[in-house]
Design a protein around this ligand. Structure first.
Ligand code: SIN
Length: 485
């Protein structure tokens, strides 16, 4: 039963212009832990998206004309309101997404921090002057793009939208968000708090639709949409890029990962274990930067796996609202089925599977997946080639440093990688040889608002957060001012 201190934060309609939009069709949003309907949301039609665009375009002109200080003040207030409503927002998040309430609170704090971070970036979005002679002046001025379309996933429905919207709005843009339909409530509540913080009506719109393909195609072809920022699968990213490319429309793509987590024989094994548990089981493994492949040096594999087995039994899976639960469900039954198929594929090819965890469910419902340890994983198995996106540890052993690097890079993805070693030569070489956008060295925490988040290869391009984050929502206008007047 969803119980909020501020019930007005449970919004079930799209936010368009200065109003909530009564769509014709409805869609039931389920709690993945109980399979019960949380609420019905109303879906928009094609007319509504045009209204959203016109609203955002109209509001964006004045918004871009404000000083960075003025935009920053509203963003800061938005972040403050997120913190003030943290418990309600976390509750909504756990209900719609399934993650344990402690993790949900952490996600809301992480999301709020993006508004605080980009408030500062708005204030310091400097251009630069270039050397000029003859009484001329040259400078480069960052300009907003216009209206940005933000397509966000269900795994971090608050944080992924926050880091797009905060950057876009800080730079002086308007936005249309299309959150995943599995988890619309976080997005709606967050934007509602933005409006309470002082965002002009219509600057940021949230559209709920079950026609994801039609909406994506419209974002790509509609000239009024200046940019697409997408977090999701590589397959959908490629689909969007093909269409956006045809219109020469800029994109930021935060796509799939397949992170190796390398433990060398000289590592501090306890530190590696701590890091691995945090990184692998955050959000039940439904994280693009989750440790997808555990690469263990043979000489310490038995010892490390024994330590790991003991820790896997401390995973208590159940409803994220219940005390003591540290592993929630997967997002839906389809996700469980896909993961089960990957395990069967590995098992059929000779891998060994062990099951762990403590069942803390009150009922048998929910899309839960029992944590598993799969050893003997080889590079041809799906558990090695694809993101598992679930609480499954896939172990591959290696002998030499060179084997480790070759295995780690044996993927078309390049989002995150982790290395545990006390050998400075190994670390130094890994940093240069691992082909990933983010690297944790004896550190499994890569999610920080001050850091540029993003990948290489088929994990996408563009960076979110950090100093780099705002630049992806600006164009750099070069101005040459002559001396003949
Ligand atoms: C992701 O990897 O899915 C995003 C998580 C994050 O920003 O920590």
């Amino acid at each position: 039963m969803l119980c909020l201190s501020d019930p007005s934060l449970l919004i079930t309609q799209s936010l368009i212009g200065d109003a909530m939009c009564e769509g014709e069709q409805s869609w039931a949003v389920h709690n993945p832990a109980t399979e019960q309907v949380i609420a019905q949301v109303r879906l928009v039609n094609e007319v509504s998206r045009e209204v959203a665009l016109v609203s955002a375009q109209a509001a964006q002109v004045d918004w871009a004309g404000l000083s960075g200080m003025a935009r920053g003040q509203i963003l800061r207030c938005w972040g403050d309101l997120m913190r003030a409503n943290e418990q309600d927002l976390a509750c909504l998040l756990t209900h719609e997404q399934g993650k344990p309430i402690v993790e949900a609170r952490a996600e809301i704090a992480y999301a709020a921090a993006y508004f605080h971070w980009f408030a500062g970036e708005a204030e310091r979005a400097y251009g630069r002057s270039l050397p000029a002679g003859d009484g001329k002046r040259y400078w480069v001025e960052p300009r907003p793009l216009g209206v940005v379309a933000a397509i966000t996933p269900w795994n971090f429905p608050a944080a992924m939208l926050a880091r797009k919207l905060a950057a876009a709005v800080a730079a002086g843009n308007g936005a249309i968000a299309k959150p995943a339909l599995e988890t619309p409530f976080s997005a709606l509540a967050m934007v509602q708090l933005g409006i309470r913080a002082g965002l002009p009506a219509g600057l940021v719109n949230v559209l709920l639709t079950d026609q994801a393909e039609a909406m994506g195609a419209w974002f790509c072809r509609e000239p009024g949409i200046a940019k697409i920022t997408f977090t999701g699968s590589t397959a959908v990213g490629k689909w969007l890029l093909a269409r956006a490319g045809a219109e020469v429309k800029p994109c930021t793509m935060e796509l799939g990962g397949n992170a190796p987590f390398i433990v060398f024989a000289d590592a501090d094994l306890n530190a590696a274990l701590e890091g691995f548990m945090a990184c692998k089981f955050r959000n039940a493994g439904q994280t693009c930067i989750s440790a997808n492949r555990l690469l263990l040096q043979k000489s310490i594999a038995v010892e490390f796996l024994n330590l790991l087995r003991a820790r896997l039994n401390t995973l208590h899976y159940g409803n994220g609202m219940s005390n003591g639960v540290n592993l929630g469900p997967l997002i839906h039954a389809k996700a469980c089925k896909r993961l089960q198929e990957k395990i069967i594929n590995a098992q059929n090819a000779g891998a060994r599977v062990e099951w762990f965890g403590v069942d803390k469910r009150e009922h048998s419902q929910g899309s839960f997946f029992v944590p598993a340890l799969v050893t003997g994983v080889t590079p041809t198995m799906y558990l090695f080639t694809e993101e598992s996106f679930g609480p499954v540890v896939a172990v591959t052993e290696f002998t030499t440093y060179e084997d480790a690097i070759e295995l780690a890079n044996k993927t078309q993805y390049g989002l995150a990688a982790y290395v545990y070693s006390q050998n400075i030569t190994h670390i130094n070489r890994c940093q240069r040889q691992l082909q990933f956008g983010m690297l944790g060295i004896n550190d499994a925490h890569l999610s920080h608002v001050f850091a540029p988040f993003g990948g290489v290869k088929e994990s996408g391009f563009g960076r979110e957060g950090g100093l780099e984050g705002i630049s992806h929502y600006q164009s750099q206008q070069f101005v040459a001012w002559g001396n003949n007047f």
